[in-house]
Write a protein that binds this ligand. Sequence first.
Ligand code: UDP
Ligand code: MG
Length: 339
Amino acid sequence: MFYEDKKLISIVIPCYCEEDALPAFWEEINKTSQNISQADFEFLFVDDGSNDNTINILRKLAHEDKRVRYISFSRNFGKEAAMYAGLKNAKGDYIAIMDADLQDPPSLLPQMLYTLENDGFDCVATRRVTRKGEPAIRSFFARVFYKLINKISKADIVDGARDYRLMKRKMVDAILQLEEYNRFSKGIFGWVGFKTKWLEFENQKRLKGETKWSFRKLLIYSLDGIVAFSSMPLYISSIMGLLFCIIAFFAIIFVIVRQLIWGGSAYGWPSLVCIILMLSGIQLFAIGILGQYLSKTYLEVKKRPIYIVNETDSDNPLTNSVKSIGGSASKETSLPEEG
Ligand code: UDP
Ligand code: MG
């Protein structure tokens, strides 16, 4: 039989302390992959410096199934770094990113694959249309964020978009060309373009374990997103400065004219204090905005690696111990280039 046309699908799974969710996830994704006979699969798990049993589960999976590969970081670098590492090391013709907690239903994969192959799209992305099961305050701020960032940046960032998507190799190569340290994938996906079809689904409850995103983390992430994809805050502070200059100019004229007509007035110092306070506050605010951009630039200029690898499936102690006992290299699951 010839399998020349058989495409390879890489599934990239960022995992941070997912020991509870991984067994069920594996069962589910394995089942899905068996139902898709027209493609081969590669499962690339990225252990983002978990401090639980995640790495042992991955070692075991990689040992038992040669479609499974893993990369384990030296510490927690964040989901953005994990996704980047996964995309960089995936070998597939089509590449999907999927959470380990089954909030991104693997059951959508056949439909995504069909759309990619038959409808002329380069990417099939997903968005959740409900935010059921999420605190109301979080949903509210998320909505405000999406409205705001779409107004002030050119990147098309879709409300409710998940990182769960199936992409063709050319789109992944384009994403990898953006080697920035401050990664905001939701913006990057939109920025690189390509024909994207959106699938909608209802929000799924996390299977096991807890979300790793606290409100504070999300807030910082969204501010990072704004700094990464818009210079509008800088414009706003410049315009504010200009506006206050104009107001001050007219105020000076007013004071001079008043002095010439009515003379000798030294009153009004409490209002002066208020004005000084307000203006110095605005100045500090503007400097703060400038500082945000500067600090991001500083990090970029340092050119630090986005992630550091501690172990990959080619170092798998389970496989290697079998090799040394059995004496023959029965399994070949290597990971050539690392970022
Ligand atoms: N994740 C990660 N590194 C982190 C935080 C999260 O790799 O620092 C992974 C996590 O294991 C999961 C995915 O990113 O597979 C989404 O995380 P989570 O479910 O906590 O986020 P939510 O779905 O609540 O947005
Ligand atoms: Mg989740």
